[in-house]
Design a protein around this ligand. Structure first.
Ligand code: DC
Length: 225
């Protein structure tokens, strides 16, 4: 069967990775979380005290960063230079810096090149902020996902709790608001809905309903509709 590229963009913590994972399991597509790649780069900068305002230091750091996503027992884990950093990249220090790091043009150039290479073979579902607008403007199916901000904060809080990461709900909420603002207002590849993206607000629909909706859209796109 013909394989396509599914691009999912949207605000922080609106369930992009849940949807992308569900599509990946249902269709056998490769799931690429581009946010994890930006988070892994941010972790490297933090660990190495990289001055993010110094372009030379940033370039040097980028040359030493190798991120990849590996599937182990059906779950995707983020690796930074061969180390599994999946838990650490969700911590608040990374969450608080990632929007600044991902606004640096050199960082985006490097990440976007890697993402395009991964998507070359199709059969890929990729989530992020600029997938439908910049990384794959020719993607056959583009989804722009959103949901109520309070619901998003509670979802993120519970997700962190489940992973054993301690954070106060108001800090999680503040981080989401700040990241949404920075991600939507930056000059370089801001978060935006592509004009041909399908808008899905999942505040009041179930995970199953959301998946069924997207699988039906994929079917249409595969048939060329
Ligand atoms: O999807 P996430 O919340 O894990 O992403 C973390 C941050 O990375 C997000 O606040 C903005 C940045 N990001 C980006 O700028 N472009 C992408 N394609 C994906 C994420």
């Amino acid at each position: 069967m013909k394989k396509i590229i599914v691009a999912i963009d949207g605000h922080s913590s609106c369930g992009k990775s849940t949807l992308a994972n569900d599509i990946s399991h249902a269709c056998g597509y490769l799931y690429i979380s581009t946010g994890s790649m930006y988070r892994a780069a941010t972790l490297y900068f933090l660990r190495n005290d990289t001055d993010i305002k110094d372009p030379v230091a940033v370039e040097k750091a980028l040359n030493n960063i190798n991120t990849d996503l590996r599937v182990i027992d059906g779950q995707t884990f983020t690796f930074l230079n061969d180390e599994n950093v999946e838990t650490e990249i969700r911590d608040m220090p990374v969450s608080n810096l990632v929007s600044q790091v991902s606004a640096i043009p050199a960082v985006r150039t490097s990440m976007v090149a890697q993402q395009r290479k991964i998507g070359e073979k199709k059969g890929v579902v990729m989530d992020g902020r600029d997938i439908g607008t910049v990384v794959f403007p020719e993607a056959e199916l583009k989804i722009f996902l959103t949901s109520d901000p309070n619901i998003r904060a509670i979802r993120r809080y519970k997700e962190l709790q489940k992973k054993g990461i301690i954070a106060a709900l108001h800090d999680v909420e503040a981080n989401l608001t700040q990241r949404d603002h920075l991600d939507s207002t930056r000059t370089n590849s801001p978060l935006a809905k592509a004009s041909d993206a399908v808008l899905i607000d999942n505040t009041n629909i179930t995970r199953e309903e959301q998946l069924a909706m997207v699988l039906a859209l994929m079917d249409c796109r595969i048939k060329g509709a």
